[in-house]
Write a protein that binds this ligand. Structure first.
Ligand code: FE
Length: 193
């Protein structure tokens, strides 16, 4: 069984203000994240998944349509925990040296990330990943996650409306730009490289 405190927020709920409000963080973490954990616990009871790690559940459940509900909820637990760790206010906004080959500059990275984000229709995620030693910006729909596709995540942005609607309403582009300009924890990204 999984518990919310296994996936602590790495900062206080008001730590991302003024970019993301305490109210948004409270709902996102205590309601949405907690909800995925509760759904997952209920769904795996009495199944072969019950003693697996979160990543094992994600990979195994991704192989069959019959376990889509378990996949969606386990992947969303992983995605959200990863996303919350991708953000921090006050970190120098410099592109890590290891990414210099993949992107001409931090502005080039932002342009490419924003372009992919703008193609997400409905709920989904944008990611910087490595796949076969290449850096890529990819999107996943709904609860899907790169770790089910042999990709290693380095950074992600939650583009479900619940992630930004209280603060930005329909201004999704402003939320994307705020993330790109103020919220990326490049130290976390570097540790993932
Ligand atoms: Fe979310």
């Amino acid at each position: 069984m999984f518990e919310l405190n296994q996936y602590p927020l790495p900062y206080k709920k008001n730590a991302l203000e003024p970019y993301i409000s305490e109210k948004t963080m409270t709902f996102h973490y205590e309601k949405h994240m907690a909800g995925y954990i509760e759904n997952l616990n209920n769904a795996i009871q009495g199944t072969e998944f019950v003693n697996m790690s979160l990543k094992q559940i994600i990979i195994k459940s991704s192989h069959s349509k019959d376990t889509k509900y378990i996949f969606n909820n386990s992947a969303q637990v992983f995605n959200h925990n990863f996303f919350f760790n991708c953000m921090k206010v006050g970190v120098p906004q410099n592109l890590p040296k290891k990414l210099f080959n993949a992107f001409a500059s931090i502005d080039d990275f932002k342009t490419q990330f924003r372009a992919v984000a703008n193609t997400v229709f409905g709920s989904g995620w944008v990611w910087l990943v490595t796949e076969a030693r290449e850096y890529k910006i990819v999107k996943t729909a709904n609860g899907d996650t790169p770790i089910a596709h042999n990709q290693t995540p380095l950074l992600c942005l939650d583009l479900w409306e619940h992630a930004y609607y209280l603060d930005y309403q329909n201004r999704r582009g402003e939320y994307i730009d705020t993330f790109l300009n103020h919220l990326i924890n490049w130290e976390f990204v570097e540790n993932c490289l």
